[in-house]
Design a protein around this ligand. Structure first.
Ligand SMILES: [Zn+2]
Length: 464
């Protein structure tokens, strides 16, 4: 449906921009050195509360007069689709959340947003479903009332479900016309044997085709995951803490957790040998090479996630030797993407190359070039100045983009609190980046970027 969409690819949700908080040393009036603690990234006034039912509330005052950005993050995504035949259910459910409540039809529900001038949307991803928008602060009570209504009193007919099933199948078919989607679908399936990351957020086509018959099955899913203890509300903008919290409490405070519990996700056994596959896209398209490694879940308890981010910046960004040589000098590549995808369980870090016309016969050389870069990372520590520059770039990018608008900041807070549910995760993220030493990057590459943990997919277009 028009008001909801699925984000794909590393660059969409995952524009995770990093900041390094450098530890500064200041000199006081007596000439003694005073250590000044690194300043937190979130310098705006903020407050967090957990309601008695477990719902977490994150509030930030942002200088956006009269406007507030809101996000309702649900800790459910395709990762939670553990039952056979029900892949893509989290995304399907995101669509169903627009189909009305016990007291409002779908049209009446939508009219509340339109009449109050709200821009709103939703997306689903591996680990999360998110309902978000921007509203004039004076209408925040109306929007929170509407959100509370659909989270607690969702209701729709079997006919409405069938209509939405058709819309989702259409969305799948549109996605499937993109070679990037076939790459993602193939890569996830090949890299995961047990874990639900083996299917994309869209789900399998065969399962989607059965959605019209799933009316009885969607309600248990709703009760398991759309529960206060599994939801976060983030408000960033022109708010008063007390009033905003009072509003949230009034609309969501009486919401009770259903007895149904989220289902356990099967862990993925360790990958012990390399996997590779060649697929053909059913129409002409430039060749793509995806080289992926199993990497740890996102976390700030150690420097591993931070080391990977810096490694990507130094060795695979637009200014890297790799891109300089193979993309800009030889001209063999149209694009290189390598942004790490942050995940709740161990995930994939993937370098994806799109070959140019002049590089179309260079598959073997380009694969070897990526392996050579990784061998170099493992054998010689990164230049300290280059690593420091990457930390600075991360900080500047975050300061620019995170704080560009209230909805941008709300999105970052919602994204990171899905992993570690406190504001301080933002500061820890930058502290870990600041701590990364050249030896940490070497250690990361030696431990994780090895052939036994590698999955390679080559996608070639159909030759006409
Ligand atoms: Zn959708």
């Amino acid at each position: 449906m028009g008001k909801s969409r699925l984000f794909y690819g590393l660059a969409s949700v995952g524009l995770i921009l990093l900041v390094a908080c450098s530890k500064k040393s200041a000199t006081n009036g007596t000439g003694a050195n005073v250590n000044v603690a690194p300043k937190g990234i979130l310098t705006l006034p903020h407050e967090t509360t957990t309601l008695e039912n477990g719902l977490k509330v994150f509030l930030v005052k942002y200088p956006s007069t009269g406007v507030v950005a809101y996000q309702l993050g649900v800790r459910v995504g395709s990762r939670n689709e553990v039952e056979a035949g029900k892949s893509g259910f989290a995304h399907f459910f995101e669509h169903l959340m627009f189909r009305g409540t016990k007291t409002l039809s779908s049209q009446e529900f939508g009219a509340i947003y339109t009449e109050n001038g709200v821009s709103y949307n939703a997306w689903t991803w591996y680990d999360m479903t998110n309902y978000h928008g921007e509203v004039a602060s004076r209408y925040l009570d109306k929007i929170l009332a509407a959100e509370a209504d659909r989270f607690q009193n969702l209701d729709f007919t079997e006919a409405a479900l069938k209509a939405e099933a058709g819309a989702v199948l259409g969305e799948y078919l549109k996605s499937a016309s993109d070679p990037g989607f076939l790459m993602e679908e193939t890569m996830q399936e090949l890299a995961y044997k047990s874990h639900t990351y083996g299917h994309t957020t869209m789900g399998y086509k065969a399962d989607i085709e059965q959605y019209p018959n799933r009316y009885q099955d969607v309600w248990p899913f709703f009760k398991r995951y759309y529960r206060p203890s599994n939801v976060r509300i983030v408000l960033v903008g022109d708010i008063e803490f007390d009033k905003a919290l009072e509003l949230v409490r009034a609309k969501f405070g009486a919401w009770e957790n259903p007895a149904d519990q989220p289902q356990a996700v099967t862990p993925e056994p360790e990958q012990t040998s390399e996997r590779s596959r060649v697929v053909e896209f059913p129409s002409p398209t430039p060749t793509r090479i995806g080289i992926a490694y199993k990497v740890p879940a996102f976390g700030t308890q150690n420097v591993e996630s931070a080391a990977l981010k810096l490694l990507v910046d130094v060795y695979f960004s637009e200014t890297s030797e790799f891109q300089k040589t193979y993309r800009f000098e030889k001209g063999w590549l149209d694009s290189v993407s390598a942004t790490p995808l942050e995940t709740v369980d161990p995930g994939l870090w993937k370098v994806e190359l799109i070959l140019s016309d002049s590089g179309k016969d260079k598959e073997a050389e380009l694969k070897q070039a990526v392996f050579d870069v990784i061998a170099k990372i493992q054998s010689s520590p990164a230049d300290a100045a280059e690593l420091a520059a990457a930390k600075t770039r991360s900080r500047n990018a975050a300061l620019t983009r995170w704080f560009s608008a209230p909805d941008a900041l709300a999105g970052q807070i919602n994204w990171y609190t899905n992993f570690e549910a406190d504001f301080a995760v933002l500061d820890r993220l930058f502290q870990r980046i600041d701590e990364v030493q050249p030896s940490d990057v070497v250690a990361f590459a030696k431990k994780y970027l090895v052939a036994a943990k590698r999955t390679t997919v080559t996608l070639r277009g159909k030759v006409q």
